[in-house]
Design a protein around this ligand. Structure first.
Ligand code: SF4
Length: 295
């Protein structure tokens, strides 16, 4: 997930330093058993930043968004590449994060986790979701879909109410692996993404699938047709979102890319509607999120 600052006109991004207190407690406990690298610990997490109040990350919700550091992908268009290294961000205790959320509690109805890839810090996500639920908040997870076992664990405890999964490219091993900067693992990643989607649908959890349109890299008419044709039938939103370059983009050659226009995104979205998807949206800097119907 890239934190696209250009799309955040409703919220105040905060630096990590603001998320810390003088009285930090770092206690390292057991992470989830898994074969992939994980960061953080059960009473602390590696935090890259937060937004106190977001109206754009989860539709119809007022969400406190946390951006967890560390990612297992290296998408060339990543707009928040400083959060890719597993040792990026700053270790922050969960009590401090909880206090930040509680400060704005009366304006919020949910807490959200993005990144980086938040499933790399599963115990922190689980514990903060538990605490949020005790306060009557719902929970949202924005993931690259690479860790379905973690999703299942969170679902088992009913800790997630809404999931956004990136579908970054046509589900073909060579293309997907290249687009996420993991060329040797395309097939494995695709299976994981499919399983994540299936698991979310099977549990009846609110789901949206997101594709970022990066002109010249991903998002041609053919790309979108191939992505859409491989998506399962189900009750979910599909969102085509505009890539807007930031100075932080991982591949500097993409820093000057002209974003796709609203019109071209709408055309792509109409193509998705025409093959049978029922809830197709575009997200742009200019207009926010807009539903697209057949022409
Ligand atoms: S590398 Fe890819 S998956 Fe990871 S944070 Fe960046 S855009 Fe998201």
């Amino acid at each position: 997930m890239a934190l696209d600052n250009s799309l955040r006109n409703d919220a105040q991004g905060k630096s990590l330093e603001n998320a810390q207190t003088q009285d930090m407690r770092f206690i390292c406990l057991r992470p989830f058993n898994d074969d992939q690298g994980e960061v953080g610990s059960v009473l602390s997490l590696r935090l890259g930043g937060y937004i106190e109040l977001s109206t754009v990350d989860w539709h119809d919700h007022l969400t406190f968004m946390l951006f967890l550091a560390g990612c297992n992908f290296a998408c060339p268009y990543c707009q928040n590449s400083r959060l890719i290294p597993l040792d990026s961000g700053t270790e922050t205790d969960l009590d401090s994060v909880e206090q930040l959320v509680l400060k704005g509690r009366r304006f919020l109805d949910s807490i959200g986790f993005s990144g980086g890839e938040p499933t790399l810090q599963p115990e922190a996500v689980a514990e903060l979701s538990r605490r949020a639920k005790l306060r009557g908040l719902e929970s949202f997870l924005n993931t690259n879909g690479s860790r379905p076992a973690i999703l299942q664990t969170l679902f088992d405890e009913r800790l997630v109410d809404h999931v956004a999964i990136d579908v970054k490219a046509p589900l073909e091993a060579g293309i997907y692996g290249a687009i996420v900067g993991r060329p040797a693992h395309g097939a494995q990643i695709i299976e994981a993404v499919k399983e994540s989607i299936r698991a979310t649908l099977d549990r009846g959890i609110s789901l949206e699938l997101r594709t970022t349109v990066v002109p010249g890299l991903i998002g041609s008419k053919e790309d979108i047709e191939r992505i859409v044709s491989s998506l399962p039938v189900g009750d979910y939103r599909y969102i085509l979102q505009q890539f807007v370059p930031s100075p932080d983009v991982l591949d500097p050659s993409l820093a000057k890319v002209e974003p796709a226009s609203q019109g071209s995104l709408v055309q792509l979205a109409r193509g998705a509607v025409s093959v049978g998807l029922k809830a197709v949206y575009v997200r742009t800097r200019e207009l926010g999120v807009k539903k697209v119907n057949a022409s």
